[in-house]
Design a protein around this ligand. Sequence first.
Ligand code: NAD
Length: 498
Amino acid sequence: MSTFPFAPRSYDFAEYIDCHNYIGGAWVPAAAGASMPVLNPRHGKVMGHVTLSTRDDIDAAVAAAEAALPGWQATPIKERAQIMFRLKELMERDREELAWLVSHENGKDMAQAYGDVNKGIECVEFGCALPNLAQGEQLDVSRGINCRVQYEPLGVVAGVTPFNFPCMVPLWMIPQALTAGNCFLLKPSEQLPYSALKLAVLLEEAGLPKGVLNIVNGGREAVEALCDHPGVSAFGFVGSTKVAKLTYARAAAGAKRALCLGGAKNHLVVVPDADPELTAQTLVASAYGCAGQRCMAASVVIAVGDVQAIIDRTVEIAAGMTLGEDMGSIINHLSLGRITGYIDQAEQQGVKILLDGRGATVPGAEGGYWVGPTILDNVTADMPAGCDEIFGPVLSIIRVDTLDEAIAIENANPYGNAAAIFTTSGRVAEYATQRFNAGMTGVNIGVPVPREPFSFGGWNDSKIGHGDMTGYDGFRFWTRARKVTTRWAVSKDATWMS
Ligand code: NAD
């Protein structure tokens, strides 16, 4: 039996309605009629089906957005922001429903599912604040001459999102893009389309005019059509580095503005003067929150010198986690195979397995995709477990003698999303944070996400394009600057600009 609104309030398996496109305010299947199953990863069972868009569907969504654009752009920003205020209220009203939805389609435990929703609400709050931030700038640049910069919407813009934060990541883009006056096309991950569906339902209830937000479901074909469509002015992407590079190149080939966030391999450096309990607790929370399926997750601990007591305590805390309660499932059987393959390979390479999550299961959810917390010791930076993005609950420990060796290993990795140092010394903290080759660095923080109003974005292979995704940088990405220079009086001592 399908359920709508989304009634389930437990980890039990439940079926959902099929997920269609949302175009011009109507729920419609893709024109070609193809669909694919959506799995509940905790149970490994089909919870519904999602429609798969082709170019015809993208054309229809762009046309709906273009039709809505004049009215939306003519709406004052303070009125557009009121939609965000109402969305925030509605998300708070339906917080529990949203969190269960995230858990059912992604496999997250409820604490992490609430985190996804709560952080999404924080992103919406930034959209609410935009009328107070978006006024532009002006200056008298010469005698009698004034320059003014105003930020204007780009038109119809698009965003493509990954599976790991089905509520939050779409909200990295939607509040800024819509409040700035654009019409938005969202292509959520085809693996979990339900949170996006719910966001569209809430935005409609909040009073968003039809066609301002459109959701086009599907996979590669839909994404490529968005990159290619001449009616789409800007393209935002969050996902793996491979696809970030492909889509950036494709969007840029059509002279679109593009910002494509990619994968990560995040290094947490632990030195002997680190606070043992805080460090161990933080490493565990970073490595195993969202089952390690976080672009900001701790993936490598670089242990400098003798930090054995901290490693022992980390293993102890991780071993005490209850799978299915403290940590959710992996997204699908392909990820399960990839993650356990990395552990198998590390074992064959002689790595010491301090904690082994292979073969784990959860009573009552035996059909799901499970890997328990895993810790690999004596990994080297050139091993796949030491340099590849595993994207699962696997923490690799690399042992070194000096902080400079640790920094050199971090610097050499092609990614550059996050890096953190664990120390009680301000001098050591400053030394490391100023030398990490990563866009988001932390001190005694396992997930150094710059929360609003700060902007989110890595460096190197973790981000293709200029600027950052959230906060004020997000507003700048979805707008263009009009520069107006005026003279209304001529003074006697006017300059060359006269
Ligand atoms: P993915 O790259 O496989 O998919 C992301 C999106 O791209 C999906 O909507 C998918 O439909 C689409 N897509 C997939 N293959 C495509 C192709 N060949 N051409 C065009 N579109 C394609 O990523 P995922 O598995 O959904 O998410 C996990 C990845 O996302 C990890 O690498 C993770 O680090 C990354 N991620 C990065 C950030 C960040 O801020 N840097 C945040 C979240 C997730």
